[in-house]
Design a binder for this molecule. Structure first.
Ligand SMILES: Nc1ncnc2c1ncn2[C@@H]1O[C@H](COP(=O)(O)OP(=O)(O)OP(=O)(O)O)[C@@H](O)[C@H]1O
Length: 741
């Protein structure tokens, strides 16, 4: 961090994310700012009345003074300013205070404290998220490597031990005798079925031998009837690169699918070629698999689990032995609506992971809705694995394996990942990891990257590339949208995964009526009190706190609409006893910050609209808990990190109608912009060394001016804040942490 503050990043121009909607005109003019030592105050004659009112309120009981322990409090005698407020105060005073220690046992080291001061349930919120059929719900794929036949050892579900029938006849099929096992996945087992009579063909409905995929009726994927995969095969089966399903039906305890029998998987082929395939072989695989994905995508599906085990070759010693197929459609989802053709909506649910850890896209790790880019990113890892024999994130174990693998993927630049591969591998990876959520891949362009590695004579290629050739013929008929270095507008495309992780300040500014705001930064523990006291004397209360290099940043406003405030500097993240004490006195947490050394600054206020509050400290971003609390009507109202720990505060009656999370290993620009279009604005920010999290909410009452701007700066944005003030934009949230990967 020190390096960043003093070194290369010093003086770096701030990255500005500006999402403006036309504001209301005539909201005051320019104003002078009046810097103090190490701080900045803004005053304005036109807001004198408002300030005087705030000062009156503050004079009645703004926290100040206090003992040397670091905890400060001065219980105010606040006169309610409105009848509504008076009623609210009465209701609060009358409410029974129940403290519940709701320790979450899902993870060690996490604590979850809830305060209920009202038994009234103030409006439950139903989260309705459009999801593709999640039949293969959460599948943390095996990362141990090995033959595909054993790839999901230990994932077999209870109830799947029912004996397989000796003979199978389903959906009007011939009778098959079950022979050797072809493979086993997390959900199904596949056997050779040999026709009992007739059938001399090698493939097709009359084939002598077929592949029979069995799924037990009690397996996860069959809770609602036949496996979801059947539906996908109905649409995709038999299309380019997808085996044909000839019959399906239930027999006894099993759902059985009768399909063309194929040969070894690319995993098997990789194993038998010394665990490293030649560049030409992999280039052929690349070209053909891109064409298979193109076909699948053109029919509205993303595969969702692209990996060597799921690519099979045709049967050996047949005309199809060099033909590539993509199997296992159980995780396929629609990327566009079949009827309207509209792209599915973007969403992120960081607790949802589908796919196989080793090959999953970073977006899949982060729980983002699957789209075409994800299949291509998984394909890039597959290709590099087949050629190099290893990926840098193999070998992680334990509960947070997915996090560690994702972190490694994000911190490995395409240059490093492909340093021993021919250039097209890097070019391919760079294009696909920089794709937007709804971007249409330029398949022909992607295929053509690998052309130089493939021999001229199709007849002697190790893999049949007919499908790729077909797409290449289309080049020129359709204008390619994507080039390697540039987008349509000729501007170089912003790249992610530079392999140079950086931390920065993230500051968020909201349009507000003119008010007095003051900031302090690089504040040492010992100097905190004097800044707060001086602010209080001037009628300001703390609206936001943050920390960088164990020094505090403090934002104080005249327009918080809070009535009184207490705060505590504590060596703990977070200090439960103190928080509970203040809860007892009807203070609610209004902002929190944590330092790398584990200490925290908690600000608790009266005058919030909250009716109930709960917080959680967790070693990883606690999305599951947030999701649970959303369902109970809570919304995230403040958030902080201390080192790699997260602290999240959620409140009832927070004034939001909906809320979402954006979590990433860099500043999640794309997600923010997508959310912005649906009316969400950033309401909380926090970041660790590894990740940045932003909470975006839809306010119950839309502000007259919805303008919100964000900045990323290596230094505290002191001069920028003043520029924002000149535009009536006020600091609403600030944090320091990871923004660049
Ligand atoms: N048509 C086929 N012909 C030959 N072998 C097949 C065929 N389909 C599947 N297999 C073999 O059976 C294995 C398991 O099949 P599949 O991947 O469809 O099962 P799954 O339970 O859905 O797998 P996963 O756990 O990866 O989701 C494959 O890896 C492959 O080795």
């Amino acid at each position: 961090m020190r390096e960043l503050r003093n070194g290369v990043r010093r003086g770096r121009a701030p990255v500005v994310d500006q999402c403006r909607k036309p504001g209301r005109g005539g909201r005051g003019g320019r104003r002078k700012s009046e810097p103090l030592v190490g701080s900045c105050v803004r005053t304005r004659a036109a807001v004198a009345k408002e300030e005087a009112a705030a000062a009156r309120v503050a004079g009645g009981g703004v926290g100040g003074g206090g003992s040397g322990s670091g905890a400060k409090e001065k219980a105010p005698a606040v006169r309610p300013r409105t009848r509504l407020e008076a009623a609210r105060n009465r209701a609060k005073a009358a409410a029974a205070v129940i403290l519940i220690s709701d320790k979450d046992d899902s993870k060690s080291g996490e604590s979850d404290w809830i305060r209920e001061i009202e038994k009234r349930d103030s409006g439950r919120k139903e989260i309705v998220k459009a999801e593709n059929p999640p039949l293969k719900d959460i599948m943390m794929g095996d990362d141990s490597g090995g033959l595909s036949a054993n790839k999901a050892g230990g994932q077999e579900e209870e109830g799947n031990t029912a004996p397989f029938p000796e003979r199978v006849q389903v959906g009007g099929s011939p009778v098959y005798k079950i022979e050797r096992k072809l493979g086993k996945g997390g959900f199904g087992q596949v056997f050779v079925g040999r026709r009992v009579s007739g059938g001399n063909d090698r493939t097709g409905p009359g084939a002598l031998e077929v592949a029979l995929k069995f799924e037990h009726r009690n397996s996860k994927g069959c809770s609602y009837g036949p496996p979801y995969e059947w539906q996908v095969y109905n649409t995709l089966g038999g299309s380019h690169g997808v085996p044909k399903v000839h019959y399906k039906g239930r027999q006894g305890d099993y759902y059985v699918m009768v399909m063309d029998m194929l040969g070894p998987s690319l995993w098997d082929a990789w194993n038998s070629s010394g665990q490293a395939m030649t560049a030409e072989m992999v280039a052929c695989i690349a070209a053909e698999s891109i064409s298979i994905l193109e076909k699948m995508h053109s029919r509205g599906y993303v595969h969702g689990d692209v990996k060597p085990e799921n690519f099979l070759l045709g049967q050996p010693a047949t005309a199809q032995e060099k033909k590539l197929f993509l199997i296992d459609l159980g995780l396929a989802t629609k990327w566009r609506d079949s009827a309207s053709g509209v792209h599915v909506e973007y969403d992120q649910r960081p607790d949802v992971f589908r796919g196989t850890v080793r090959y999953a896209s970073v977006h899949a790790h982060l729980g983002r809705t699957a789209s075409r880019r994800d299949d291509l990113e998984s394909l890039a890892y597959t290709l590099i694995f087949l050629h190099r024999g290893r990926l840098p994130w193999q070998g992680y174990q334990g509960d947070n394996k997915s996090f560690l693998v994702c972190k490694k993927k994000m911190s490995t630049s395409p240059e490093i990942l492909c340093c021993f591969c021919p250039a097209p591998f890097k070019q391919f990876l760079e294009i696909v990891v920089n794709m937007k959520f709804d971007e249409e891949p330029n398949y022909s362009k992607l295929i053509s990257l690998f052309e130089g590695l493939i021999g001229p004579n199709p007849a002697v290629r190790p893999i049949n590339t007919d499908g790729a050739q077909k797409i290449i013929y289309q080049v020129g008929q359709k204008r390619g949208r994507l080039t390697i270095e540039e987008e349509d507008d000729g501007q170089p495309k912003k790249k992610v995964r530079l392999g140079l992780p950086a931390t920065q300040w993230i500051s968020v500014y909201n349009a507000r009526l003119p008010m007095k705001q003051r900031y302090h930064y690089n504040v040492a523990d010992a100097r905190l009190a004097q800044h707060v006291e001086r602010g209080n004397e001037d009628g300001l209360l703390i609206s936001c706190v943050a920390s960088c290099t164990n020094l505090w940043a403090l934002i104080m406003d005249a327009g918080t609409s809070l009535t009184s405030q207490v705060y505590e500097l504590s060596p703990f993240f977070l200090h439960k006893e103190w928080i509970m004490e203040q809860w007892d006195k009807n203070y609610y947490i209004s902002s929190i910050a944590g330092a790398n050394n584990g200490s925290s600054l908690v600000v608790m206020s009266k005058g919030t609209q909250y009716t109930q509050q709960s917080y959680k400290v967790s070693d990883s971003f606690p999305f599951k808990w947030i999701n649970k609390k959303w369902r109970e009507g809570f919304y995230v109202t403040s958030m902080a990190t201390a080192g790699s720990r997260w602290g999240v505060v959620m409140s009832r009656n927070a004034g939001f109608t909906d809320q979402v999370v954006e979590l990433d290993f860099l500043y999640p620009s794309e997600g923010i912009h997508r959310r912005w279009d649906s009316g969400y604005r950033i309401t909380s920010t926090a970041a660790t060394w590894d990740q940045a999290a932003l909470i975006l909410s839809v306010p119950k009452r839309k502000p007259g001016d919805e303008t919100q701007e964000t900045l990323r700066t290596s230094q505290f944005p002191s001069t920028h804040v003043k520029e924002k003030w000149a535009k009536n934009l006020y600091l609403a949230s600030v944090c320091y942490g990871r923004t660049v990967s």
